[in-house]
Design a protein around this ligand. Sequence first.
Ligand SMILES: CC(C)(COP(=O)(O)OP(=O)(O)OC[C@H]1O[C@@H](n2cnc3c(N)ncnc32)[C@H](O)[C@@H]1OP(=O)(O)O)[C@@H](O)C(=O)NCCC(=O)NCCS
Length: 428
Amino acid sequence: MFSSTMFDSNPPKRMPLGDNLVLTSVGSVEDAGRLAAFNKAIHGDGVDSTTYQLITQHPNTRPDYWPFIEDESTGEIVSALCLIPWTWRYEDVTLKVGEMGIVGTAEAYRSRGLIRKLDGYFKDLLRSGEFVLSQIQGIPYFYRQLGYEYALPLQGGWQLELRSVPDADAEELAPYRFRRATPDDIPVLQRLYDTTAHDLSITTVRDADIWRFLLTQTSGSETEGEFWLVLDHDGQAVGYWLIALHDFGIGLNVPETSRLSSEAAAAVLRYLKTLAVKRDKPFMRLYGYESSAMLQTARTWGAHKLNRYAWQIYLPDVRSLLHQLGPVFERRLAGSPFAGMTRRVRINLYREAFDMRFEAGTLSTVEAAGFCEGGDINLPPNLLAPLVLGHRTRAELASFYPDVGRGQSEYLIDCLFPRVEAIIYTIY
Ligand SMILES: CC(C)(COP(=O)(O)OP(=O)(O)OC[C@H]1O[C@@H](n2cnc3c(N)ncnc32)[C@H](O)[C@@H]1OP(=O)(O)O)[C@@H](O)C(=O)NCCC(=O)NCCS
């Protein structure tokens, strides 16, 4: 979180870019306000509050993670983006992730390479902060030019018409009560979230400070939401859900639901119907993992699947990522016919290769091998993210791209990189 004293001791650098333009970063609460106003002008209502609250209240923020370009001849901010640090869990490994967020350039300054300049600064931040993944939920195509590739599910979900939800009869609702969560409920929300997170191979880690931000600091922002608790007849919380107040479309958006029994899931859906009716929402849109009781129940009642978008991912440090994921690979090998394997696995990204050395099933080293011929898998560099994150299998990638090499090690590669279930829940 920002405090005014940190600005005094740490004034931001000012890097001249020519043409009166200077790349700098937020250095005061006034800067935070100016940047919020700029982001609102580019992206619309709510983004000003999102910016200001993230800068001044979010536990993960730092002033130098909010770079912008200023035109010194006018004193105006003309281009900006930010780095929002996250922690993700990939099975039992936690990873440092840096989101590129709130990217925009004033109309008169577009196509002059200003986002490219800010991206250079951003990638330096990723490297010096030892981030191994970076994600953005950006506009189509643009971020491919900055090294990003679609590699984790985002949005989509299921649409359930209100008429499809059987009316609540008193007996079915009786075991449950529902109420808005408050900051006092953070320990219980954390427990319910952590249990739910174990149904997924890749998801977000939320500590108590993130929960506090979500419950107390999103008011008026585009990510404002309501957390609700499901209570059993003893008043014990047995689940929760989140309603996003300003998400896409005209439905009641429920981007997150904890693990629920099938009885509780049906009761929650019926209650959501009553909320949707009160709020004049014609349908509800439910997000979640497909095996969850919530989505299974909604499907049974006739929900239909909506098109998905995807998080775009950049890998700032492939060697370190593969090394950190060692325990994941070791477990996959141990449960496969390659258990106890001693050998090198070469991942060849054409411009450079990475050698993973396994000894008796343990990943001992990962080395950057530079430009090499051959490999256990050859693939264009941008396709490593969807493969490593289990978003696309080797076979799927190969069916689209003839330069995803077949090699002699398909079976081993498939054991190391299976498809996995992932949902990235928000931290703001
Ligand atoms: C998209 C946007 C951020 C680009 O900013 P910019 O400062 O013009 O970007 P740059 O000049 O650094 O462009 C980088 C590269 O992308 C290309 N480019 C610019 N706008 C593009 C667009 N809308 N789609 C695809 N490519 C684009 C440029 O030609 C340049 O390519 P090059 O370096 O190979 O010559 C800016 O148009 C914008 O603010 N749009 C409105 C808000 C928005 O959509 N933000 C993104 C939200 S995720």
